[in-house]
Design a protein around this ligand. Structure first.
Ligand SMILES: [Mg+2]
Length: 431
C-alpha cells in the first residue's frame, strides 16, 4: 500500500469577529487530503486534515517543502510493521527530514495539518474510530463522551451586551454548560460589564471562562486578575504572551483561580518550558496545546509524555481548536475535554453530532457549590461523531478539477452518501 497523492487547498474562514489582538477579516486555513491506494467499501481511503484556526493557510510551506518531501520518500518506509497501514511516526520523520531543531514557527502548523490527515487515513484503514485505535494502541481506557465547552464571545462591530447574551443563550439552549468569551479588546470596566451580562445568562462564574489572547503585560494581567477574582470564573486564559513564562508564573502566584494557556506553544519542548518555568498549578490549571498547530498527534504524544513526566495528569489538558482530532485524542487518551466552536469558523467549526447535557448537570442558575461538583464531573458530554470524523462537507472540495465527458472542466463530487452498513459499523464501534 502507499500514499498516491497529497492534495492541499487554502480556504477562507474570514469573518468580522476579533479578539484582543487580531481580527479575522482575512483569516484562512489549509485543508489536506492524503489519498491512499487502500480500498474500503469500494472507494480509496482518503484521510482529511485542516489546521485548526488562527494561523492562516500553510499552502506555500506544504507545496514547497512538506508534500514533495513526503511524496519523494520510499513508500515502504512510511508503513507500519505489518505493512498494511501507514505509520504516522515514520511519516512524521520523513516530513521533518533536514529540519533544524527549535524555531518552530509555522512549519509546525503545516506538518500538523498533514499529520491530522494521516491519522484519519490510519483509522479508516484500520476500520476503527480513531479514539478506539488510540486507546488500543496506547493502553488507555476509551471514554466516548468528552467534556466540551462553547468558545465564542468575540468582539464584533455593533455587538453590545444584549447580542452577547443572545449568543451565550444559544449555546446554553444547545446543551453547553460552560462557555468562553473574549476579554482585553475593550477597557477593563467595559469588559466587566460584558462579563456580568454573560453571567446573567449562564448563572455562575464556574460556567464562564475568559480569554485575553496573550495581550496583557504583567501590570494589566494582574489588574484584570484582581477584577476577575470575585467572579470565581472557570478559568482566565492566556493573559500574557505565550512565551512569557515569568508573567505566567507571577500571575499564578497572585491569582488564585484557575488559569489556562498553551494554545500558542507549538512543540513538546515549549510545553516542557511552560511546565518548568510558568508557575502552572497541577491541581487547577488547564493546558491547551493544540496538536493541529503543533506538529500533529505524533508530537502531541511526546507532549503528553512531558505532561506526565512533569507530574501532571493528562486530564488537565483541554486542547484549543475545536476540531475532531482533539476530540478523539481526548476520548482515546484520557484528556480533560476539548474546545468547541458551535457557530464560528464554518464550515470547519463545530461537531456533526449535538452536544448533550448529562442528566445531573443543571442548565444554568444554580448555586456555586453544585456547579463545583458538576465541574469535577463533566458539565457537557459530546458523543464521538457517528460518522467518519473528518470527511469534509460538500462545500469543501479537495478533489481535482477533471475533464467531463463533454470536454469541459467540472469539479468532481466532494463526498457521497455512505452506505448504511458502514455507518452502522462505525456507530457500533463508537459505543
Ligand atoms: Mg484562547
Amino acid at each position: 500500500m502507499k500514499i498516491v497523492e497529497v492534495r492541499e487547498r487554502t480556504f477562507p474562514i474570514a469573518s468580522q469577529i476579533r479578539n484582543a489582538v487580531i481580527d479575522f477579516s482575512k483569516m484562512t486555513l489549509s485543508a489536506v487530503a492524503v489519498v491512499t491506494d487502500v480500498v474500503r467499501d469500494g472507494a480509496p481511503v482518503v484521510g482529511y486534515g485542516f489546521n485548526s484556526n488562527g494561523r492562516y493557510g500553510q499552502g506555500p510551506l506544504l507545496r514547497d517543502r512538506f508534500i514533495p518531501r513526503l511524496m519523494s520518500a520510499d513508500s515502504r518506509s512510511l508503513l507500519d510493521e505489518s505493512g498494511e497501514n501507514l505509520d504516522p511516526g515514520r511519516i512524521w520523520a520523513a516530513l521533518m527530514t533536514n529540519e533544524k531543531p527549535g524555531g518552530h514557527g509555522e512549519r509546525s502548523v503545516a506538518v500538523g495539518t498533514v499529520d491530522m490527515a494521516v491519522w484519519d487515513a490510519v483509522a479508516k484503514i484500520a476500520r476503527k474510530p480513531l479514539f478506539r485505535l488510540l486507546a488500543d494502541r496506547y493502553g488507555a481506557a476509551a471514554t466516548p463522551r468528552v467534556f466540551v465547552y462553547a468558545a465564542g464571545g468575540y468582539y464584533y462591530p455593533g455587538k453590545g451586551p444584549s447580542a452577547l447574551q443572545d449568543e451565550m443563550r444559544r449555546y446554553v439552549e444547545r446543551g453547553y454548560t460552560v462557555v468562553k468569551m473574549k476579554i482585553g479588546g475593550a477597557p477593563l470596566e467595559e469588559d466587566l460589564r460584558r462579563i456580568e451580562s454573560v453571567l446573567q445568562v449562564v448563572g455562575d462564574g464556574s460556567r464562564l471562562a475568559v480569554d485575553a489572547n496573550g495581550k496583557f503585560d504583567l501590570e494589566t494581567a494582574l489588574a484584570y486578575g484582581r477584577a476577575l477574582a470575585p467572579y470565581g470564573l472557570r478559568w482566565y486564559e492566556e493573559a500574557g504572551d505565550p512565551l512569557d513564562y515569568a508573567l505566567q508564573a507571577e500571575l499564578g502566584h497572585r491569582y488564585e483561580g484557575p488559569v489556562a494557556t498553551g494554545e500558542n506553544l507549538f512543540s513538546h519542548q515549549d510545553a516542557r518550558n511552560l511546565l518548568r518555568y510558568g508557575g502552572m498549578r497541577k491541581d487547577r490549571d488547564i493546558l491547551q496545546f493544540d496538536c493541529a498547530l503543533s506538529y500533529g498527534l505524533v508530537e502531541y504524544l511526546r507532549t503528553l509524555d512531558v505532561v506526565r513526566s512533569e507530574g501532571w495528569s493528562p486530564r488537565r489538558c483541554i486542547p484549543h481548536g475545536g476540531h475532531q482530532l482533539s476530540l478523539h485524542i481526548a476520548a482515546g487518551l484520557g484528556l480533560g475535554g476539548n474546545e468547541s466552536y458551535p457557530d464560528l469558523f464554518q464550515p470547519f467549526g463545530g461537531f456533526p453530532d449535538p452536544v448533550r447535557r448529562p442528566a445531573s448537570a443543571p442548565a444554568s442558575g444554580d448555586g456555586r457549590a453544585r456547579c463545583r461538583r458538576e465541574r469535577d464531573r463533566r458539565c457537557v458530554a459530546c458523543p464521538i461523531p457517528s460518522w467518519p470524523w473528518s470527511r469534509p462537507p460538500r462545500s469543501i472540495s479537495l478533489l481535482p478539477v477533471t475533464a467531463s465527458a463533454a470536454g469541459g472542466p467540472r469539479r468532481t463530487r466532494t463526498c457521497r452518501a455512505e452506505p448504511s452498513p458502514r455507518r452502522a459499523r462505525y456507530r457500533a464501534a463508537c459505543r
